[in-house]
Design a protein around this ligand. Sequence first.
Ligand SMILES: Nc1nc2c(ncn2[C@@H]2O[C@H](COP(=O)(O)OP(=O)(O)OP(=O)(O)O)[C@@H](O)[C@H]2O)c(=O)[nH]1
Ligand SMILES: C[S@@+](CC[C@H](N)C(=O)[O-])C[C@H]1O[C@@H](n2cnc3c(N)ncnc32)[C@H](O)[C@@H]1O
Ligand code: SF4
Ligand code: SF4
Length: 335
Amino acid sequence: MLVDGFGRELTEIRVSLTDRCNFDCVYCHNEGLGDTRGPMAPRDEEMTTDEVVRVLSVAADLDVQAVKLTGGEPMLREDLEEIVRRAPEGMEVSLTTNGSFLPDRAEGLVEAGLERVNVSQDAVDPEAFAEITQSGAYDRVIEGVDAALEAGLDPVKLNMVVFEGTAEYIPEMVDRVAEREGLRLQLIEYMPEIAGHPEWAIDIERVHEWLAERADRVETRDMHDRKRYFVAGDEGEGMVEVVDPVENEMFCDNCHRVRVTHDGSLKGCLNRPRVHPMGELTEAEIRAAFHEVVADRVPYYGEFMIEEDGEWVRNDEYVGEQLVVEGPSLTADDD
Ligand SMILES: Nc1nc2c(ncn2[C@@H]2O[C@H](COP(=O)(O)OP(=O)(O)OP(=O)(O)O)[C@@H](O)[C@H]2O)c(=O)[nH]1
Ligand SMILES: C[S@@+](CC[C@H](N)C(=O)[O-])C[C@H]1O[C@@H](n2cnc3c(N)ncnc32)[C@H](O)[C@@H]1O
Ligand code: SF4
Ligand code: SF4
């Protein structure tokens, strides 16, 4: 297993299959990859099916236990089912999607071996949803969530970005997961680092306090030190997890993920712009790039950014750093 200089083991990868999307959410950070707007046709720079499968296979050799397929909108890839089917034995395969294509494909994805899905749903009100996502697909998303549950995906997590445009819908979303078995809610703190508009953020501590009152019990997940609140519903209980990475050193101290960009580079941190190309995506080059990116990984808050006089500023050590790291050297230790 690869471990970085801060003792953080690499256990998960997030593969962006495309940077295209059929939605245009006002807050989108697109996993740090730039704009999602533009033509919907597949782009030449996207990794092929074989290339994605090769990256997963090398990751599995390096003891990476789980992969999250994301984007852009990963369901724009027609080969998604094939990628899931060909993922290495024993690696947990999950998907984060806007849900609009799930009604027709949830069953096929489960047959291919998909184990979990996270579906973005920011509001319970179709008008607010249309305003946020700049698309009218609310009904498709709700149908998509139902299709995922019916296909046997468990849990289905609803991803809700918490910012001033959505905060009022939190109580109804919490009720939704408390009342429907199989559903969970992730309240994702709005991240302005890439998306801009810091004025949209709301104080996530107030959300924690509200949940602590509403919940029967609270647990802390190892990954990112995230809090999970268990809330009672009519038929059992629902779980609400808070994803609060902004200016949170504990979150970054417990980060065990690297990212693969749609065009075949590795990225050690969502917020840090630096990428490590994986060359022509031969197994040796992919393996060398994994070694390099893990050696180069640092916690974003607490190391790349440090707090001075109550302000977060970039650590002098990383000012002016090279954004693209030269291709993998192929000399990395092959252990
Ligand atoms: N800063 C930061 N944000 C993250 C990280 N992981 C997830 N997030 C935020 O959470 C969003 C949703 O991620 P998902 O992959 O759907 O959910 P997850 O909770 O990370 O994954 P699972 O619980 O494993 O399904 C991301 O798009 C980010 O906004 C991370 O490592 N760093
Ligand atoms: C970039 S999207 C890609 C997958 C898919 N298109 C979707 O929307 O689920 C992944 C997740 O990032 C979240 N997200 C996007 N921009 C964000 C931001 N600025 N702050 C916090 N979360 C954000 C979305 O809500 C979504 O749950
Ligand atoms: S659906 Fe996902 S990728 Fe598309 S714009 Fe919204 S958050 Fe971004
Ligand atoms: S180091 Fe922090 S900001 Fe970077 S990916 Fe990990 S949790 Fe996110």
